[in-house]
Ligand binder design. Sequence first.
Ligand SMILES: *[C@@H]1O[C@H](CO)[C@@H](O)[C@H](O)[C@H]1NC(C)=O
Length: 462
Amino acid sequence: MAVILFLSVLFCAAEAMDIQFDLQHPIGWTGSMFIGVTMDSYYLRDSSMSQLNINSQTLHNVARALSPGYLRVGGTTADSTVFNIPASAGKTTLTPQNWQKVDQLAKLAGWELIFDLNVNLRHNGAWDSTNARSLLRFSSDHGIKVHCFQLGNEVNWFNYNFHYNLPAQRLQQDYQILKSLLHEFPQYSASCIVGPDTTSLLNTQTRQYFEEFMKAEHSHPTLNNIGLHHYSLGNVAFNMNNMTDPQLMNTLHTELQMANSIKHQYAPHTPLWFTETAAGYTTDYINQYGDGFMWLDKLGLSAQNGFSTVIRQAFFYSLVDTHFNPLPDYYATLLHKRLIQGSVLKVTAGTWDTLRVYAHCANHAHNPSGAVTVIILNLQNHGASLTFSQFQGQQMQVYLLTPGDSHGLNSKTVALNGKRLGLNNGQLPPLNPTTHTGSVAMAARSFGFVVFPHANVALCKH
Ligand SMILES: *[C@@H]1O[C@H](CO)[C@@H](O)[C@H](O)[C@H]1NC(C)=O
């Protein structure tokens, strides 16, 4: 009761803003594999893998709920990881047992595995595929399913990580070697190849590197999907205020346009993916409520700009904690998966930089045919009241996400419609909306989803 009174006092001052959509002309498509998760190759080492309790029923429950999707295993450590041979100091050995454990994780979760191979194994200037062949032989013999392969990680930065340059053209030739290697194995000859996994295109040198790779790709195509990485905040020190900074969010739009323009020039039919992305590199902040703004905005902008998959860094530690308890972005991700699928709709009126709205067809698996789902991000320091005149008088199913405790944006828990979400004996809680008509009241600095189950939009029908 106290909460309701408080909210109504807060919102009576706010003027209602009418949000409108173009319900005729879709601007994109969000498929069932739109959101994936990563596991950093860093965790392939025995000391980490031995601690992963693959038999945990909680792990099954929370992972399975995010299916279907991709599990991408990669990262800086991929380029110093060898399979089944002793590694020198500072490097990692991926043991056959741990490799099978990764496969088990993917299978129990219902995730398609994407594996990043070590491009740093080199012979006479070219990629040495010997160790990869031994991994593929073992995998093939043991029924390990790998949906896609990658070669190297953020290779445009090799000078920084490994003290030498691997030119883009050379990397592309190495991808050709990978492609012929996969053809040696019936089980993997149809596996997809995703790369080159370069870093932010806002950096001129990176953009040139990516463009050179794509130019080479144009004459010798190897990629099924173009993979890029994105960290809005990179490795600079950041704070929670950055997470609600609309200017920073808008830089992603510039980056998405750059990616599209290079793709259209050299590989117009190859889908764009973010193969590794989060707000920043460290786990601080990205496991807290405030990160949800950056995350949902990225999902919205990427879908509008033709990206067909966005893979979140990282499942362990940013979506679930060490006991597999979901963190705030886990629930935002789960709701996105349940509520959104199909055409992306254009929002035509009622939004601005600090009141951001994304509109999609609702996922048929959980919502009526023709239903529409909107994502709302209120970055403002005051409440906002939203109306939707195109669906006037219709029932709305509202999922408002607010901090789960008094830590505000820094909260490591989240509340759905005022009720804090948590597991019950390892089971996910029901994610029930509140149902009403009229306007939607968004608290200051909060986000959520609204579904119009009876929107009856032709674009969103089966
Ligand atoms: C993050 O916010 C601080 C101020 O709180 C600002 O100085 C810094 O430039 C911001 N970082 C980015 C990457 O925008």
